[in-house]
Design a protein around this ligand. Structure first.
Ligand SMILES: NC(=O)c1ccc[n+]([C@@H]2O[C@H](COP(=O)([O-])OP(=O)(O)OC[C@H]3O[C@@H](n4cnc5c(N)ncnc54)[C@H](OP(=O)(O)O)[C@@H]3O)[C@@H](O)[C@H]2O)c1
Length: 253
């Protein structure tokens, strides 16, 4: 795996850092992509020292199509074993009061950038007969969520896209998996505008472990944590109006 690379988006904090550590521990070189360079430079130095891997730090706003194009250009011709489409953010609050620009950036990052990156690396993975695309969805994907309406819709897209991709790639040697974390201990809720929500949280290490276990079982998606998995399953048994009402109750209590 000496010459193979993992691309980790959102590698400046939270889950992205733990994903980068995991793939580097397998001896895979890592491209770190997010907007904030400082934490990625520090992470890169640590990965080089601890695991002897090469790193490439790419400070990039993935919601900007031009900037994203430059990253994709840079990846051209690289032997990419993992694409970890992890960068994403949420907005908490009523739809009618949401910042329209932020709303578009949320859709652009969570869905469009993820799709474009997956499309860019898939042909190379197929021609090598190996590789994995890990798309970070959420338990938010399983029902509409009033007060997080756009976020939940973007994650439903990620889940559906990934399951379709998993099936298309089934006989190619390339895997696709959506990881659906529930509330996890990262700066995510603070970034979304309310860190008081969902106080009981899983750890990034647990989420990453669940992801790679699901990948090993060749699952199209996996929910992190037994309680989250049970909730995700139960939600789908309820009529959609009840799903939305329950989700509002959980999100605003
Ligand atoms: N934590 C949870 O409870 C939870 C639950 C379910 C799903 N998730 C999903 O997990 C993923 C990772 O989130 P996290 O929990 O680790 O939160 P986080 O610590 O806030 O990390 C988000 C990452 O995305 C990057 N990012 C944000 N906007 C970006 C942009 N425009 N361009 C490039 N990178 C950008 C951030 O880096 P910069 O700010 O430096 O750009 C950061 O590295 C997200 O997709 C999120 O939806 C999280």
């Amino acid at each position: 795996m000496q010459n193979s690379w993992a691309v980790v988006t959102g590698a400046s904090s939270g889950l992205g850092v733990t994903f980068a550590e995991k793939v580097a521990s397998e001896g895979v070189n890592v491209v770190l992509a997010a907007r904030t360079a400082g934490p990625m430079e520090e992470l890169a130095a640590r990965l080089q020292e601890q695991h002897g891997v090469e790193t490439l730090v790419m400070p990039v706003d993935l919601s900007d199509r031009e900037a994203r194009g430059a990253l994709i250009e840079r990846l051209h011709g690289m032997d990419i074993s993992y694409l970890i489409n992890n960068a994403g953010f949420a907005t908490i609050g009523d739809f009618a009061e949401a910042d329209p620009t932020r709303m578009l950036q949320e859709k652009e990052l969570n869905m469009v950038a993820l799709t474009q990156l997956a499309r860019a690396v898939t042909p190379g993975m197929i021609s090598r007969g190996r590789g994995a695309i890990i798309n970070v969805a959420s338990t938010a994907a399983f029902q509409p969520i009033p007060t997080m309406a756009v976020y939940a819709a973007t994650k439903a897209y990620v889940l559906r896209l990934t399951i379709a991709l998993w099936e298309e790639l089934f006989h190619t040697g390339v895997r696709a998996i959506a990881i659906c974390p529930g509330p996890t201990d990262t700066p995510f809720f603070a970034e979304a505008g309310d860190d008081t929500k969902m106080a009981k949280r899983r750890t990034p290490a647990q989420v990453v472990e669940t992801t790679f276990a699901g990948l090993g079982r060749h699952q199209p998606y996996v929910v992190d944590g037994a309680a989250n998995a049970l909730m995700a399953f139960a939600t789908r048994l309820a009529p959609v109006k009840l799903q939305a009402a329950l989700a509002r109750w959980v999100a605003t209590r």
